[in-house]
Design a protein around this ligand. Structure first.
Ligand SMILES: NC(=O)c1ccc[n+]([C@@H]2O[C@H](COP(=O)([O-])OP(=O)(O)OC[C@H]3O[C@@H](n4cnc5c(N)ncnc54)[C@H](OP(=O)(O)O)[C@@H]3O)[C@@H](O)[C@H]2O)c1
Length: 314
């Protein structure tokens, strides 16, 4: 099979042996695979994949058809359309995924859209609802809202009945997010528009002190992305005074059990939103597998609304 391959710090497309499904795994003919910030970090040598995952084939999410089932894999059959999160190896013509982290592709989603769902909608759902306990009527602030996770979080917040504010630094992307009916702000001076019950931090440390100012009593800050910086100084008196919580999370390092729980929650709480029309998958750009280097360049260039997705040959 051919796969996106990290070779000497560069992205190339190269031949690899076909993977074989182990117990509980599905072998999937990948039709689409989204790019994520973690792929960029892995390429830069700053995010090595966990043991047992191909070190040179990136890709944390995929959508495709089941072509074989490993022993004791019973949730899906050959020919089923599945999508899900993998710990690596997703950007390939063939990939394996554990059946418990795989989800059915809703019929409303084409392959391209499905390839951009798993990582960002799972991350956003887990952060907002499982970790931060966002509820109806609360005020949600999403920083870095034009990216894949941000667009998912904005839509999930609206669907759940939260009052959503988004910070977006690109003018054009800000206008488009405002058109979704949410308050869309430049990042500068966002605290004036608070207080917020939940702040989803997708940009990083430079926002943290102002996040504390902008937080409602009992508010929660969920740190998911630190692209703009990971260290900062905060006044702990502000944290105490707000009776606030700051917490962080990653998905990739979780156990199979924990990942399976996130997948079941997404199946139940998120996927119906595609059928009802509450959710969509904004796709900023698509590239065929052969143009993987250009896809990575497009992701790194920023100023995109939503996902960059690789499309595999049928
Ligand atoms: N912890 C986890 O489990 C987990 C899971 C998924 C993603 N993440 C992380 O979460 C972050 C968001 O992921 P994503 O997939 O949404 O990435 P993305 O599609 O690249 O979006 C990032 C967004 O943040 C904005 N941004 C970046 N730097 C900024 C800055 N200095 N000031 C203001 N805005 C800035 C970008 O704006 P521009 O377009 O203008 O650059 C973009 O809209 C990434 O850091 C990613 O690595 C973490």
């Amino acid at each position: 099979m051919r796969a996106v391959t990290i070779r000497d710090g560069q992205i190339v497309v190269a031949e690899h042996p076909d993977p074989e499904p182990q117990d509980g795994q599905l072998l999937v003919r990948v039709r689409a695979a989204g790019l994520n910030g973690a792929d960029m970090m892995q390429l830069a040598g700053r995010y090595p994949p966990p043991a047992g995952v191909p070190a040179d084939i990136p890709g944390l999410e995929l959508a495709g058809e089941v072509v074989a089932c490993g022993r004791r894999a019973e949730r899906f059959e050959v020919g089923d359309r599945v999508m899900g999160i993998v710990a690596g190896g997703g950007q390939a013509e063939l990939a394996v995924i554990h059946e418990r982290t795989a989800m059915p592709v809703p019929e409303e989603l084409d392959w391209t859209a499905a390839g951009g769902v798993p990582e960002v909608f799972t991350t956003a759902h887990d952060a907002l609802f499982t970790q931060a306990g966002l509820t109806v009527g609360e005020r949600l602030l999403v920083h870095g809202a034009a990216g894949g996770v941000g667009m998912a979080a904005v839509q999930l917040g609206v669907m759940a009945g939260a009052r959503v504010t988004a910070t977006v630094r690109d003018d054009h992307a800000r206008e488009q997010i405002g058109a979704l009916g949410v308050q869309a702000l430049e990042p500068q001076g966002f605290a004036e528009c608070g207080p917020f019950d939940v702040i989803l931090e997708l940009v990083g440390a430079p926002n943290l002190a102002e996040n504390l100012q902008a937080l409602a009593i009992g508010g929660r800050i969920c740190v998911i992305g630190v692209g703009a910086g990971a260290t900062t100084e905060i006044d702990l008196r502000a944290l105490m005074g707000k009776r606030a919580r700051i917490h962080g999370s990653t998905l990739r390092a979780r156990s199979l059990e924990e990942k399976a729980i996130t997948a079941r929650l997404v199946e139940k709480m998120v996927l119906p939103g595609f059928a009802s029309g509450d959710l969509s998958v904004p796709v900023a750009a698509t590239f065929p597998l052969e143009e993987a280097p250009q896809a990575y360049e497009r992701f790194r260039a920023g100023k995109k609304l939503g996902k960059v997705v690789l499309e595999m040959p049928a």
